[in-house]
Design a protein around this ligand. Structure first.
Ligand code: NAD
Length: 266
């Protein structure tokens, strides 16, 4: 059955990437595309934004959840909270890609979504979510003998460092090893002159040009080195992962599902 999808963030990079992914999916239909209050895009036909492959559909100022099976939201925390309430009231599942929630906002989000199925991930790329599992296996097998280093590279506009994905990779490793990331993470080695601390996990960061997102985790031992690398070359990686989650949610009981659930890795 064709999945009827509503997408938010019509003026945003991810909103448009998700809308394009939905349009390209033979088993999904873009049935609503929302901008933001006061947006100049409201009232325009999405074909003028996304081309003639897009269905003839008017961009709305706010999210409309009538006759939709699932919502995909990549906007800002305040807007996602409002959209989550709309979805919960209508009993519509929601996929949330927005990042940057405060702890209070996360609690409010969890409370408002208690009655519907939802999936929230800081990184919807299929490869990254598979990498978390591969890292857990590597950490389990060779983590205690290895020096573990995580390097990430992103475009020059990114303001947070290290990336949330790099931290999640570190977390996958420490979870597997039964240690605490906050205890073993080392973000800056310039202040102390000493050899590498056994058991620490070093983070390093590159910011340059238009790099979409690259992460390498190295497990270095005496005599060999294992490296697990993921490279995203376009936002399509996140959009298609979010759409995969959108196909997964309808019919599921209420609860917050992870991408590991979506990919059958949990
Ligand atoms: P962007 O700045 O290009 O777009 C933000 C969108 O939010 C715009 O369309 C804007 O109109 C909309 N918006 C802002 N305020 C709004 C409001 N009050 N009501 C309704 N809409 C509002 O950003 P982006 O690159 O598209 O990223 C969007 C979010 O997705 C960010 O939080 C980003 O960190 C996150 N992101 C997540 C993943 C992932 O895999 N989970 C990947 C990429 C980006």
């Amino acid at each position: 059955m064709t999945l009827r999808v509503a997408v938010t963030g019509a003026s945003g990079r991810m909103g448009q990437a998700v809308a394009r992914a939905v349009i390209a999916d033979n088993n999904a239909e873009l049935t609503a595309f929302a901008a933001r209050p006061g947006s100049g895009l409201s009232g325009t036909n999405i074909q003028s934004l996304l081309g003639s492959d897009a269905p003839s559909l008017t961009i709305t100022e706010t999210l409309c959840v009538d006759a939709v099976d699932v919502v995909i939201d990549f906007t800002l925390p305040e807007s996602t909270l409002a959209n989550a309430t709309l979805c919960a009231d209508a009993g519509v599942p929601i996929v949330i890609g927005t990042t940057g929630f405060s702890d209070d906002q996360l609690s409010a989000l969890d409370a408002s979504l208690a009655s519907v199925a939802s999936c929230r991930a800081a990184n919807f790329s299929t490869g990254v979510n598979l990498a978390y599992r591969l890292l857990a296996i590597a950490a389990d097998v060779m983590g205690s003998d290895a020096d573990i280093e995580i390097h990430e590279a992103h475009h020059k506009h990114k303001i947070d460092a290290p990336s949330g994905t790099a931290l999640a990779m570190g977390q996958a490793i420490t979870d597997a090893m039964g240690t605490s990331l906050s205890d073993v993470a080392r973000y800056d080695r310039s202040a102390v002159r000493e050899a590498r601390e056994p058991g620490s996990i070093g983070f390093s960061v590159t910011r340059a040009g238009d790099i979409v997102g690259e992460h390498t985790v190295m497990f270095g031992t005496e005599g060999e080195r294992l490296e697990i690398t993921h490279k995203a070359s376009s936002r399509n990686a996140f959009a298609t992962g979010a759409l995969r989650a959108a196909h997964f949610l309808p019919g599921k009981s209420a609860g917050n599902y992870s991408m590991a659930d979506v990919l059958g890795l949990s």
